[in-house]
Design a protein around this ligand. Structure first.
Ligand code: SF4
Ligand code: SF4
Length: 192
């Protein structure tokens, strides 16, 4: 009733326009115009994975890895700091003394249960010798979760393929460390 009163108050020209729009389905055509515009300028945004892959950002945090120095020696000194820093209890380190070098330690065994990892990067931050690195690997879907329990050799292999350019040994970067090792190299080795 109210709309009929309002319609009555509109000018004849406005009413004629509204009538023409109604009989020509004007609003429908406006909607179809927008649809056709997108249809004719169609650019798919879905990537056809695995044939197409997304460009990862520089800060991408993928699978973890253990790193080596340029002469192939492992960087890890078995200090357990990464194990302590990890909020998800992913890491287990069994450390030991380097044979013949009682002032040095290394990771005899190193395990990561990647089913629990949050990829937070706290372990990488905690490592005092930059022995851990986050790679850009993400294609780690497996049928058996046990395949994501990685040991030291597997983690080193990931590091080898993700970080082909390696740092010099710490002794060569910091001569003081070399002096320390030389000065204490005659200290008798403790039994393992
Ligand atoms: S990235 Fe985070 S959750 Fe994963 S192992 Fe390192 S500290 Fe633990
Ligand atoms: S990876 Fe780094 S923090 Fe973890 S045990 Fe080895 S040296 Fe220590």
């Amino acid at each position: 009733m109210q709309s009929a009163v309002l319609d009555h108050r509109r000018s004849p020209l406005t009413r004629l326009r509204a009538w023409v729009k109604t009989i020509t389905f004007y609003e429908l055509l406006v909607g179809m115009k927008a649809t056709m515009k997108h249809f004719l300028n169609y650019r798919p945004i879905t990537l056809q994975y695995p044939h197409e892959k997304r460009t990862l950002p520089d800060s991408y945090r993928g699978m973890l890895s253990l790193l080596r120095y340029d002469d192939g020696t492992e960087k890890c000194v078995g200090c357990d700091l990464c194990e302590a820093a990890c909020p998800s209890r992913v890491i287990r380190v069994v450390s030991g003394e380097v044979p013949g070098e009682p002032t040095k330690r290394y990771a005899k065994e190193y395990y990561m249960d990647m089913t629990r990892c949050l990829f937070c990067g706290l372990c990488v931050e905690a490592c005092p010798v930059d022995a851990l690195g986050m790679t850009r690997e993400f294609e780690w879907a497996v049928y058996d979760k046990r395949d994501l329990h990685l040991n030291k050799q597997q983690l080193l292999a990931i590091g080898d393929r993700s970080y082909p350019v390696r740092e010099k040994r710490l002794e060569l970067q910091h001569p003081n460390t070399a002096f320390f090792n030389v000065a204490f190299q005659h200290v008798p080795q403790k039994p393992d």
